[in-house]
Design a binder for this molecule. Structure first.
Ligand code: KIV
Length: 273
């Protein structure tokens, strides 16, 4: 096999992610913000690398993700792109960069054309269906983000678990279906009770990725710095420091990947009821 065909055999595509869901094989995702970490993550055969707007908090030292700009995201996405060969590269649309269809197309287009993004992620529910649909029309893969939406932290009154009440749970399931129907290719659930995340994962045909959403999602994502335990003062209950046991950054990323693939992460203690 030539080097080129070896690369394409390992390349993660939307079709492969969909097949993973159907086969019941867990999808492994992790954030990255620069080339060196991206190379280590790609070497561990993580499926999706997200350039998250969490970079505002873990890289830029901000209290929220709100000030992160399109230019910040573009810069970090270009760095990550240089380190990723096999994983699918997903980029977060930052706060207020998708308030209209025109803005969403313009900004998602910049990430795809100038940073090689293969999917964009945006926060919001039913209110985002026209945006998701327009992106789909123009061939831009979209991951929708429900549950705790950090860009709405002030509206939510803090970083808290979403969908605990029966009516909120029902509404989230409804919004997930609307977004799937609008053309979302993937769904991310953040800080959602495990039983609700399980139900949404079962009901949707697209892959559902969880963070603080229990072990029954189709895949898991964490912020890279949380699995390395290198953000002082930041210790989310749903995360785990894989570096302390692994002893090296590459080992920690591999341990996280293996734990997700085998269903050992997250445990009930890292999930919400
Ligand atoms: O910005 C980010 O890193 C994210 C993850 C928390 C999923 O959206």
């Amino acid at each position: 096999m030539s080097a080129q065909s070896e690369t394409s055999a390992k390349k993660i595509t939307l079709r492969k992610l969909q097949a993973r869901k159907q086969a019941g094989e867990k999808i492994v995702c992790l954030t990255a913000y620069d080339t060196s970490f991206a190379k280590l993550i790609d070497a561990a055969e993580v499926d999706i690398v997200l350039v998250g707007d969490s970079l505002g908090m873990v890289v830029q030292g901000l209290d929220t993700t709100l000030p992160v700009s399109v230019d910040d995201m573009l810069y970090h996405s270009q760095l990550v792109r240089r380190g990723v060969q096999h994983a699918l590269l997903m980029v977060d649309m930052p706060f207020l960069s998708y308030t209209t269809v025109a803005a969403a197309l313009e900004n998602a287009g910049r990430f795809m054309k100038r940073a090689g993004a293969e999917m964009v992620k945006l926060e919001g529910g039913e209110d985002q269906k026209d945006i998701v649909s327009a992106l789909r029309t123009h061939g831009i893969p979209v991951c929708a983000h429900l549950g705790l939406q950090p860009q709405r932290v002030h509206k939510l009154g803090g970083y808290r678990v979403q969908g605990r009440e029966a009516s909120a749970a029902e509404h989230m399931l409804h919004e997930a279906q609307v977004l799937q129907d609008a053309g979302a290719d993937m769904m991310l659930l953040e800080c959602v009770p495990a039983t609700l995340a399980k139900k949404i994962s079962e009901e949707l045909t697209i892959p559902v990725i969880g963070i603080g959403a229990g072990s029954d999602c189709d895949g898991q994502i964490l912020v890279l710095y949380d699995i390395l335990g290198i953000s002082p003062g930041r210790n989310p209950r749903f995360a785990h420091n894989f570096l302390s046991d692994a002893g090296s950054v590459a080992g920690a990323i591999q341990a996280y990947t293996d734990a997700v693939r085998t269903g050992h992460f997250p445990s009930p203690e890292q999930s919400f009821e």
